[in-house]
Write a protein that binds this ligand. Structure first.
Ligand SMILES: *[C@@H]1O[C@H](CO)[C@@H](O)[C@H](O)[C@H]1NC(C)=O
Length: 220
């Protein structure tokens, strides 16, 4: 008993030091490569009211009938970048996914589309993942088109800063719609990745999904 407290103190200090070192170390990541050149082709969107917002289609290699063709079995993927991001950030995900499906002779191809907000800084509710998550709240949106939603460090449960009343209302309506449309959203899988302890802007609890019992939801 007599020796226990110094040992405990040393262990505690060591733990605090280890956590501190981990949190303040550099965020490591591995670079992804593509093996063909990139084309970001502007993709016409009917009814787009804001001319500086674009939708791009990501295509690798030569542009010909074969690379541009979209077959019924193929899977379209929409990438919505976050605040201050750009459509070009679709590259790392698209190149990896295209490479894997092609090298493994998958019976389908994936086609990537990316929204571009002209690198505007977008404030608050415009966070890419949160926008996708809010789509079912749009009266004209067909939820049956939504199979899988992947959000990356997106503040889904609450914004990092509540700027005004309309943002609070936006979050409320988004939350309600996922509860109300329980049947329509039954076949939609939602995966929310959070940045972990090193993401100070969107900490874990903001990226958490609050209704995980009712849907096919995964919080990673
Ligand atoms: C996929 O990546 C591998 C390396 O990991 C490369 O050798 C190969 O050429 C790539 N294939 C395509 C179709 O991009």
């Amino acid at each position: 008993m007599y020796y226990a407290s110094p040992v405990f103190a040393v262990l505690l200090l060591f733990t605090i030091y280890a956590v501190h070192k981990d949190i303040h170390s550099d965020n490591g990541c591995k670079m992804t490569y593509m093996w063909r050149w990139i084309n970001l082709l502007p993709f016409e969107v009917e009814g787009n009211l804001i001319s500086k917002y674009y939708l791009y289609r990501y295509v690798e290699g030569p542009l010909n009938e074969r690379t541009l063709q979209i077959l019924p079995n193929d899977i379209p993927v929409l990438f919505v970048p976050g605040s201050g991001g750009s459509a070009k950030q679709v590259r790392s995900m698209a190149s990896i996914m295209m490479n894997k499906t092609e090298m493994r002779n998958a019976p389908f191809r994936m086609h990537f589309f990316a929204v571009d907000f002209a690198e505007l800084i977008l404030v608050g509710h415009s966070f890419g993942g949160t926008i996708v998550y809010s789509l079912p709240a749009h009266p004209e949106f067909d939820t049956s088109m939504m199979d899988l939603v992947i959000t990356l460090a997106a503040p889904l449960s609450a914004p990092p800063i509540v700027m005004d009343k309309s943002m609070a209302e936006f979050y409320n309506s988004m939350d309600q719609i996922w509860h109300l449309q329980i049947d329509e959203l039954k076949s939609t899988a939602l995966v929310s990745y959070s940045g972990g302890e090193k993401d100070f802007q969107v900490p874990d609890h903001l990226a958490a999904i609050t209704h995980s019992k009712t849907f096919n939801t995964y919080y990673v």
